[in-house]
Write a protein that binds this ligand. Structure first.
Ligand SMILES: Cc1ncc(COP(=O)(O)O)c(C=O)c1O
Length: 372
């Protein structure tokens, strides 16, 4: 190993490295679309939707759309709720989860999460449930599913719906998992299956619900210039579908490498008392879109890693209930202590498939040196 390799920068994610391994397949797929000059929906998108449904193999239809944010928004619109109805979302998630609720004309109600696996639970949801609660958006954060059975049972008992925000967890599974009416996926470039731009999909086991999403993504009707409902323009474009279709056959291997890297980190960091490694809930297959530790003196550690040329990320620094734009909802510091604590402690480390053990061990050494 030369000196360059020892000192080379280790980014949090390197999409260029991934592209280098699949350049021909992706370029061929892009060329196909350019030659066809069919850019919106069409055969390319349908082929990808079918390939993804086969990959997921969970009996759900796949409907492509413009982004993960839109996948949540369209799913909420398809529920046909009343303006101001309450939708419970975790406070510890990416903004889009709650932004979509707001943009659907509904009221986000923030709940806390579990400190071990970072997802909401039936208990944290129950704590904020009111008679106006009509839905829950269960985020499957960082690559593992929220514990669904008890959550679905709670919602069903109250006549409410569950939507799964699986933007970060494509391919994650759970033993005996109850499922929501819809699952939102994101193909943002940094996701485990990422396009060359924005993209998303809704999956549903309910053919009628899937059909509503298909209408909503093209302004609310199947017949041109006839609109049964007010939808929007949220289509997956053919170039994205072609890129995603070329990448999909690699997804299982990529998830396997993420899992391998996570297991090496878990082992190597086990005896560092200042670090809590991520907890995979029993029965969950975790696909590690992020490998997120809880670290003492997190900001100093991050600075130290940066000085060593190692990238890391803080997802997320501010919980959603205290975001400025939601001030009118009355959220206040101290209200959701687990989410607030996590925002001060979490740090995501490089875990991408091409990282390899050698670079990973450099990250580990840098962490160990920091706490030595
Ligand atoms: C948990 C979560 N929900 C929703 C989204 C939104 O996805 P997109 O960026 O494709 O709109 C993301 C993506 O960053 C996410 O991480």
């Amino acid at each position: 190993m030369g000196a360059d390799a020892v000192t080379a920068h280790i980014p949090l994610l390197d999409l260029g490295e991934q592209y280098d391994t699949i350049r021909d397949e992706v370029d061929t797929a892009i060329r196909r679309v350019v030659d066809s000059q069919r850019f919106i929906l069409g055969a390319e998108v349908e082929a990808f939707e079918q390939a993804l449904a086969a990959y997921l193999d969970d009996g759900r239809e796949v409907v492509g759309c413009a982004s993960g944010t839109d996948a949540i928004l369209l799913s909420l619109k398809a529920l046909d709720l009343e303006p101001g109805d309450e939708v419970i979302v975790p406070a510890f998630t990416f903004f889009a989860t709650a932004g979509a609720v707001w943009n659907a004309g509904l009221k986000p109600v923030f709940c806390d999460v579990d400190p071990a696996h970072f997802n909401l639970t039936a208990r944290t949801v129950e704590a904020v449930w009111t008679e106006r609660t009509r839905a829950v958006v269960a985020v499957h954060l960082f690559g593992q599913m929220a514990v669904m059975d008890e959550l679905v049972a709670l919602a069903e008992a109250e006549g409410a719906s569950v939507i799964e925000d699986a933007a970060q967890s494509i391919g994650a599974t759970q033993e005996a998992a109850g499922r929501g009416i819809a699952t939102a996926l994101s193909f943002f470039p940094s996701k485990n299956l990422g396009g060359f731009g924005d993209g998303g999909a809704v999956t549903s086991a309910d053919p009628e619900f899937a059909d509503r999403i298909r209408k909503l993504r093209v302004h609310g009707g199947h017949k041109m210039y006839h609109h049964e409902m007010v939808g929007t323009n949220s289509r997956l474009d053919a170039l994205q579908a072609a890129v995603l279709g070329a990448k999909l056959p690699h997804l299982t291997d990529w998830s396997g490498l993420r899992q391998l890297h996570a297991s090496i980190y878990n082992e190597e960091l086990e005896d560092v008392p200042e670090v809590i490694t991520p907890f995979a809930h029993p029965g969950n297959v975790h696909v590690y879109n992020q490998y997120t530790i809880r670290a003492r003196r997190r900001d100093e550690l991050r600075e130290h890693l940066s000085e060593q040329g190692i990238g890391s990320g803080v997802y997320y620094p501010v919980p959603l209930h205290v975001q400025e734009c939601f001030a009118a909802l009355g959220g206040r510091p101290g209200q959701l202590p687990v989410s607030e604590g996590l925002c001060a402690e979490v740090l995501s480390l490089p875990v991408y498939p091409e990282l390899g053990a050698e670079r990973l061990l450099r990250v580990v050494s840098a962490i160990r040196r920091f706490y030595a």
